[in-house]
Ligand binder design. Structure first.
Ligand SMILES: Cc1ncc(COP(=O)(O)O)c(C=O)c1O
Length: 502
């Protein structure tokens, strides 16, 4: 076995530290494919941790396809690694491993931290139901987009080809400020809107501008890994705060880290549970931020898709104190490959955020921004949203109906009034028992992609459930996917067994 150190004061749960260390060793080839791992009991003794810690790490690696095997017959590094691993392995051994082999100095502490921060990339083929987080790419109006694009490209003025403002193309910033004011009750002037490369860059900029190393940050648990990663990469200490049916539990946050410097929330549609934060809790969060002199980052990633009533107004609009940084994305409303999003910041942060962005990649690609500004100004954006809202509402209804018919007793799938995914609840499981990971594995073997809720948790065990994305799945595939899911869940091993074949 490769040397592994896990530390109780390592800032992350022990099982997670072990998972990260084993995954990194598999990816950089220190643990070869087919290599047999020691038994969980033996490894637990060797590392001085509980056997449950080792089982937690092994379960996750098994669910993600890095390991294969069963209790009793031994666990090995998978012979065929999952797509994500192949992708990472193709880029060769890690910088740290190469440096160790050559005897020269490796990356900086920050470099090692970055290398160890989990990065989410498209892991699996996109054509399986019910991959979450993707819009229906085929429904995008390519003809309109390419017409707008061609019109601008015919004779582009030099200003569109030269270096540009790191904060973004002003007409696009104006269009976004106008849209946010009427659709989300966000209060801002166009100068406060910065165009970024998707919400991920918004989170990175916010983290680097607002946090110092070791500052504490509240993140929702379960929650969004992309945000957690951005805060870890900025050197912050992430504090997972439980989520209740009213969103992030402010009282729990106060008890865990009263002097945190920042809170990250998805108040309009909590990711992944889908709950909305009611007004009372929003006010409590703002009150804490005022008392603690802290920032709030509001990630409003998919609330355009609200099927009943008007969308809930953004938290930013309630803030009289300039503490809320608002993050939005075109990944869900247009397509993720566009890599355009926005950050709305208090006026006194504009210059620092623009500089933080400029130091990474100068400015967003101008032509993409110009075409998007035209797309909004000429009302194509509004029309597209309107069409997608109707399409996704139909798909959600089809998923709920198919689940009622075929998944009764296996998975309870309640409808939701916002978003692009639903959470299905597994009956009989207890929080943290891993049954959702095993169910997701069985579903994958049956041709269906669902994410276990456990994959989004970092400290608080959550009731076992599955995340089902429906936006990119047509009605026939929804029905067929549910049928396959029913077969997979129906033949799944009993919850008491820790692992086993589907
Ligand atoms: C909570 C959350 N925020 C933001 C995003 C969008 O990220 P980006 O704009 O970087 O594509 C996602 C995508 O899955 C998400 O789940």
């Amino acid at each position: 076995m490769v040397p592994i150190v896990v530390r109780a004061d390592g800032g992350r749960p022990l099982y997670r530290q072990l998972y990260d260390a084993l995954r990194a060793a598999i990816l950089d080839g220190r643990l070869a494919r087919g290599h047999r791992l020691p038994s969980t009991r033996h490894l637990a003794v060797q590392l001085g941790v509980s056997r449950n810690t080792v089982l937690g790490a092994f379960d996750q690696l098994l669910a993600e396809g890095y390991l294969e095997g069963r209790v009793g017959s031994g666990t090995r590094v998978a012979l065929a690694l999952p797509d994500e691993a192949k992708h990472a392995a193709a880029s060769g051994p890690t910088a740290a491993a190469l440096a160790a082999r050559s005897g020269r100095r490796g990356p900086s502490r920050r470099g090692l931290l970055l290398a160890a921060t989990p990065v989410s990339v498209a892991r699996r083929l996109p054509d399986r139901p019910f991959r979450a987080g993707v819009p229906d790419l085929a429904a995008f109006p390519f003809d309109v987009w390419s017409r707008l694009w061609a019109r601008r490209w015919r004779r582009p003025p030099h200003a569109l080809l030269d270096y540009a403002d790191p904060a973004g193309y002003l007409p696009l910033r104006e269009a976004i400020a106008g849209y946010l004011a009427h659709a989300r009750a966000v209060r801002c002037e166009p100068q406060q809107v910065l165009i970024v490369s998707g919400s991920q860059q918004a989170l990175d900029v916010a983290a680097r501008v607002l946090l110092d190393p070791s500052d504490q940050v509240w993140v929702e648990d379960p929650g969004y890994g992309g945000a957690r990663g951005a805060f870890i990469a900025a050197g912050a200490q992430v504090v997972p705060v439980p989520v209740t049916s009213a969103g992030l539990d402010v009282e729990a946050g106060r008890a865990l880290a009263p002097a945190a410097r920042l809170a990250y929330v998805t108040p309009s549609h909590q990711f992944p549970l889908g709950v909305a934060m009611p007004l009372g809790r929003r006010l409590a969060l703002l009150e804490w931020a005022r008392g603690a002199d802290a920032w709030i980052v509001e990630d409003d990633y998919d609330s355009e898709y609200r099927y009943a009533n008007r969308p809930l107004a953004a938290l930013q609009g309630l803030d009289d104190d300039g503490r809320v940084v608002y993050v939005g994305s075109f990944s869900k409303v247009l397509f993720p490959g566009l890599r355009l999003g926005y950050l709305v910041v208090p006026k006194d942060l504009v210059a620092a955020c623009a500089a933080a962005r400029a130091l990474v990649d100068r400015h967003p690609p101008t032509l993409d921004q110009v075409v998007l500004a035209d797309f909004i100004a000429e009302h194509h954006f509004e029309r597209h949203l309107h069409r997608m809202r109707a399409l996704y509402a139909e798909r959600q209804a089809a998923l709920v109906a198919a689940a009622q018919q075929h998944l009764a007793g296996l998975l309870e799938v309640p409808p939701a009034d916002t978003g692009m995914h639903l959470v299905g609840w597994l009956p009989g499981g207890v929080p943290g028992d891993g049954s959702d990971r095993r169910a997701a594995e069985c579903a994958w073997a049956a041709g269906v992609e669902v994410q276990p809720l456990a994959a989004y948790t970092w400290g608080t065990p959550v009731r076992p459930g599955l995340v089902l994305g429906y936006a990119a799945v047509g009605p026939d595939d929804i029905r067929q996917g549910v049928h396959h899911l029913a077969q997979a869940l129906g033949s799944r091993p009993m919850p008491r067994r820790r692992r086993g074949a589907c």
